[in-house]
Design a binder for this molecule. Sequence first.
Ligand code: FMN
Length: 131
Amino acid sequence: MKSAVRYYSRSGNTKAVAEAIAKSAGVSAVSVDGAKAALSEPVDVLFIGGALYAYGLDSHMKEYLKTLKKEDVKKAVVFSTSWISKHSIDLIKTALSEAGIPVEADAFYVRNKPNDAQLKDAAAFAAKHLT
Ligand SMILES: Cc1cc2nc3c(=O)[nH]c(=O)nc-3n(C[C@H](O)[C@H](O)[C@H](O)COP(=O)(O)O)c2cc1C
C-alpha cells in the first residue's frame, strides 16, 4: 500500500506527530512548503496534518490543500495538534472533501507537544490505517 505524509508545523508539535506516522509508514514526513511537497505518484493513503492558529489553518496548509487532486489520493487521514480546539481537523477534512478526496472519519489529535506515549499512539494509528 502506497502512502505519503504531509504536514505543516510552525513550532514542531505537528511535525513530531508527522514524523512518528511517517516512520511507522516507512516514508518521509514532508512539509507542505518544501520543494518535495507535491505527490510524486498517486497514493492509497495520504496522512495530512496541521495545527490550528487563531481558529484557522496556516496559509501554507490552505494553499497545499488546494493543490491536491482526487486522482492522486485514494484516501486521506488527518492529524493535528492545538492548545484546545480540534477545529483544524474539521477544516482540513472539509478542504479534502471539497476536492472530492475520501477522508477517514477517524483522526489523530494531540494537545500541544506530543510525549513519547502519544508518539507511539501516532505510529499505531498510522499502522491501523495501512492494513
Ligand atoms: C499564533 C497562534 C495561534 C493559535 N491559535 C490557536 C487556537 O485558536 N486554538 C487552539 O486550540 N490552539 C491554538 N494555538 C496553539 C497551536 O495550535 C498549538 O501550539 C499547536 O500544537 C502548534 O503546532 P505546531 O508546533 O505544529 O505549529 C495557536 C498557536 C499560535 C502560535
